[in-house]
Design a protein around this ligand. Sequence first.
Ligand code: UDP
Ligand code: MG
Length: 320
Amino acid sequence: MRTNTRYSVVVPMYNEEAVIQETYRRLKAVMSKTGEAYELLFVNDGSKDRSAEIVREFSYWDPTVKLIDFSRNFGHQIAITAGMDYTVGDAIIVIDADLQDPPELILDMIAKWKDGFEVVYAQRTKRNGESKFKKWSASLFYRVLRASTEIPIPVDTGDFRLMDRRVVDELKRLPENNRFVRGLVSWVGFRQTALEYERDERLAGETKYPLKRMIKLCLDGITSFSYKPLKLAGYLGAMLSGSGFLYFLYVLYQAIFTDATIKGWPSMIGVMLIFNGFVLLMLGVLGEYVGRIYDETKARPLYIVRESYGIQSSKDKPVL
Ligand code: UDP
Ligand code: MG
């Protein structure tokens, strides 16, 4: 089914009752400036607060508002995926609910799209109001990712972007579970361009990305797009084994040709700790990959929708 909806804005939200009203107001103001038909699709990712109710109320009197209500919290990347599955517009914009990404930038994105670009991603030149640790770790992550993969995933770029319908249709063909959406968008290709902006502070509420989730996202990004961590064992193993062999030759020489007593105990403990630590570390790396393979073989659906509001298609199935 195709409608004449031109733009679809996807907003994932998890416990965002403090900001969602303002987000709606700002998005409305921006989108009405386009003068074309649009939809605002909110994905409630199992919020425990009133986020879903607030959006549902909007949807009663505003037909541009749509809501997908998950049965539980499935995570930010899955929420974005679900949003894209249900959209009907010719251009799809993904934006966070917390107004860290300025909605006004959407108009510039649309201009670039009209110039012929199929993906317009927003690249942060500056991040305001975030902790030093977050800025530093995020910056490190993007650079490690860039070094470990052949796919040109842009640095300092979140999920705030505009995508052409064709791009989203291709993304729908990628059924993987542990998704790193911004990487997948790079992977599908098409004509892509950047728009620079300064990232603001969160309007209200607190981050939904504690350290644990940040690490999970990093690991998803790296394991989805690179085998390099797996190869590390081979390279480092060869190096360590080589130097171990040389050291052994030296010890043999000492034992046979000199009178020196060989003091082994502390150095042995040291070497054992280093080697055993390394073996366990590599087992962990293997585990990260094996666990993800296991997730794929289970082939569970990515998300479960409890209810949806304002969606036209029959039985609330995504429009494919
Ligand atoms: N979010 C979500 N599900 C989650 C965690 C976050 O849908 O499990 C949404 C959240 O409501 C926000 C966006 O993802 O709209 C980005 O989250 P957040 O602003 O907390 O991340 P940060 O900007 O701190 O990295
Ligand atoms: Mg945020």
